[in-house]
Design a protein. Structure first.
Length: 719
């Protein structure tokens, strides 16, 4: 059977690619993909589930590769350029030859890491960028995060230099300029996931940015401040990778940071931090003896790989011609210790090698297999990762050589006719998006290519295509939908976010158009009822309103009620999936407005519960707003809960007593007389009369004017 490439995205970035590494393509919690190139980070956002101007998006597939029965996928582009802004001159800090940085001649991008959601402007993600000048810069979105300019927010290098001056290392109160400079020169970075534990609100930032230095130290940072520093040795820190957070007790969470040094050794650092209010900034980092001894072979990759469910995990590292897997004690696997697998050259195309650099590490849950892509364009599959890792498994549908051929044929199809068979599709980054579909960046390289300035004329191609036929099992296709519609907050690890799952769901629904089995499962998964979604008082704690932290408590409670609560999150997820399902023949058009109404009812239930509290701050400080919320809640087409309605009625009577009578005049309204006991409605555009809240669709003026109202439900899936 001849493999036919199924290409969804094929775009060109007019910039030379950077080095191959497993972190060259990363997805953040906003669903965006960062692509590593020399000039910076290209940020690609698929046009899926976004309420944004589609005219500014680019069609992601060249016309020759489009299919007549498929709507072309579009992407928004943005870039974080490292050339904009000043860079440090290390010679000003130390003239020692050991502090020289070859990458300072032509500063390029070396690596990057996404922050958890909520740290950037408008609650988005920040971008930490490491340059070849061994500096770390923070970037954030400017006007918008989709296709706007990403600007440099601040630099961590200055803070690294300042903390190195005052830090005590090996018992010395002062350090030399050489040691201080080497500690400030960053060689690796990794950002931990956000802490999601009981009692920790989502608005609280407990993530840590780990920075490895030339001096063999690893420092942990939060909000531009150093939290802890550990010394691992005298070698450079070349690789860093975080494991997920695990709650040890009611007050403590812990994670393990894997650190790879330039001598080939691997160390583990156990990081613990307190999550109680009185010990918020207490972070401890304890290093352990070397897990992998130095053998003078440099590490080319190091990453924690999560298997079926947390805390099942395995540490994967790579050296030239070797793949190593480490299962720590307590990992939950069927084997413990270290396994080493020798990588063999694949006789698939000219230029294949067994000494390449990994460009991607992705785990397939159902097949229990690990896909390792290499810089030469080959892919190796490690089978039975959780039971008995091996590179060979006869009879498996995942064969390394076949997947490599599929990737190469896809690249050849994109490059077009006339591409010589000796061309090497050098892969720089690879990220598995869905079962069988991957996003990777590559460059066509010819053996005869010679140029004094090879960057001129080089481009980076990014493609999203199918590498192998995924399982068409209904359960497998809908696992992403199920994870979003049931238990959005798992017991361990970070919550399942909607934005990163939209593209896999889009691909699964597109591959199974008008499937009766899929339709039946979607009908069950996307069912919604008001009984479990509209009474905010059922799972809400009452506040005393007397403590000094009342404002912070109210803010945290509203975040849970309106943004991160399980009920509101589940409804928003279902609304986004319903809109995607309609594009592929699964008609749920009547359910979309119903779910939108449920979301609106839940929002006003939470606001009404806050406004209707007899001792509420809103009632005392802004009675007009409180009364308006109560009035709108009474007009909702779906009941918002008996308890809330009773309190709302009491609040309504109390507000009427607090507000001025109908004969009084608002001092700021230019003499406009208020109609009724309280002005909580709208103002007629024609006669300036008050229009009390009587309906959510229409507003009636006392002089006979009628106006239609416009309501828009705001949610995370409509940006």
């Amino acid at each position: 059977m001849v493999w036919k490439p199924d290409i969804h995205i094929a775009v060109e970035l007019s910039a030379p690619p950077a080095r191959s590494c497993p972190t060259a393509i990363q997805q953040n919690e906003d669903g965006q993909f960062g692509v590593l190139i020399k000039e910076g980070i290209h940020i690609l956002t698929p046009d899926i589930g976004l309420a944004y101007d589609p005219g500014t998006a680019d069609v992601a597939t060249v016309p020759a590769l489009r299919k007549p029965d498929r709507e072309p996928l579009k992407v928004y582009r943005a870039v974080a350029e490292i050339a904009l802004g000043d860079h440090i001159a290390w010679a000003d800090e130390s003239l020692d030859m050991a502090t020289m940085v070859p990458g300072s001649v032509s500063i390029q991008c070396k690596d990057f890491a996404w922050s958890p959601i909520g740290l950037g402007q408008d609650g988005r993600c920040l971008l930490a960028v490491l340059t070849t000048n061994l500096e770390v810069f923070m970037y954030g979105a400017g006007k918008n995060y989709v296709d706007g300019q990403w600007l440099r927010v601040f630099t961590l290098t200055d803070a690294l230099l300042e903390t190195a001056k005052s830090s005590a290392i090996n018992g010395k109160a002062k350090v030399s300029s050489l040691r201080r400079t080497l500690q400030a020169q960053t060689t690796a970075l990794a950002w931990s996931a956000a802490v999601r534990a009981s009692g920790v609100p989502s608005s609280r930032d407990l993530s840590l940015l780990a920075l490895g230095s030339r001096a063999g130290t690893v420092s942990l940072w939060r909000s531009g401040k150093r939290q802890a520093t550990v010394v691992l040795g005298e070698e450079w820190v070349a690789h860093l990778s975080w494991a997920g957070w695990l709650q040890m007790d009611a007050d403590t969470v812990a994670s393990v940071l894997a650190c790879g040094l330039s001598d080939g050794s691997v160390h583990l650092v156990t990081v613990t931090q307190k999550i109680t209010d009185h010990s918020f900034d207490e972070v401890q980092a304890v290093p352990s003896p070397a897990l992998v001894q130095p053998d003078l072979r440099g590490l080319t990759a190091l990453r924690w790989v999560y298997l079926q469910t947390y805390p099942l995990h395995v540490l994967v590292y790579a050296k030239p011609g070797l793949l190593g897997l480490i299962a720590p004690t307590g990992s939950g696997l069927d084997w413990v210790g270290e396994r080493r697998l020798v990588v063999q050259k694949q006789p698939v195309f000219l230029g294949s090698t067994a000494l390449g650099i990994p460009s991607g590490l992705d785990y397939l849950v159902k097949e229990d297999a690990l896909l390792v892509s290499y810089s030469d364009g080959s892919i190796h599959v490690i089978h039975s990762v959780s039971t008995d890792p091996t590179l060979e498994m006869p009879g498996s549908r995942l064969q390394s050589a076949e997947i490599t051929r599929a990737m190469r044929r896809t690249c050849m199809d994109i490059e077009g006719p006339g591409t010589p068979h000796v061309a090497v599709m050098q892969t720089f980054g690879c990220h598995l998006v869905s079962s069988g579909v991957a996003l990777w960046s590559y460059q066509k390289t010819l053996p005869t290519f010679i140029d004094y300035v090879p960057e001129f004329g080089q481009i980076t191609s990014v493609t999203l295509a199918k590498l192998f036929d995924p399982s068409h099992d209904t359960t497998q296709s809908l696992q992403n939908v199920q994870s979003l519609c049931f238990r959005p907050t798992p017991p361990f690890g970070p919550p399942v976010r909607l934005a990163p799952k939209l593209l896999p769901i889009y691909l699964d629904l597109e591959a199974n158009r008008n499937s009766d089995a899929i339709r039946s499962e979607l009908d069950h998964l996307l069912d919604a009822s008001p009984s479990q979604s509209t009474d905010a008082s059922l799972s809400r704690s009452s506040l005393t309103w007397k403590t000094p932290d009342t404002e912070d408590l109210l803010r945290c409670q509203l975040i849970v009620d309106l943004i991160d609560g399980d009920e509101i999150t589940t409804l928003r997820n279902k609304l986004a999936i319903l809109k995607l399902a309609n594009k592929f023949g699964y008609s749920f058009a009547d359910r979309i407005p119903y779910v939108q109404t449920l979301i609106l009812a839940l929002i006003f239930a939470a606001l009404s519960y806050t406004a209707a509290d007899p001792s509420s701050l809103l009632l005392a400080n802004d009675p007009v707003f409180a009364r308006r919320i109560v009035s709108i809640s009474q007009c909702m087409p779906i009941s918002i809960g008996t308890d809330v309605a009773v309190q709302a009625l009491a609040a309504s009577n109390k507000v009427d007593q607090l507000m001025p009578s109908s004969t009084e005049t608002d001092g700021n309204s230019d003499g406009i007389e208020l109609n009724g006991s309280i002005d909580v409605g709208d103002i007629c555009v024609v006669c300036k009369a008050s229009m009390p809240v009587r309906s959510l669709e229409m507003a009636h003026c006392s002089n006979g004017h009628v106006w239609g109202k416009f309501f828009r439900s705001f949610s995370s899936c409509e940006i």
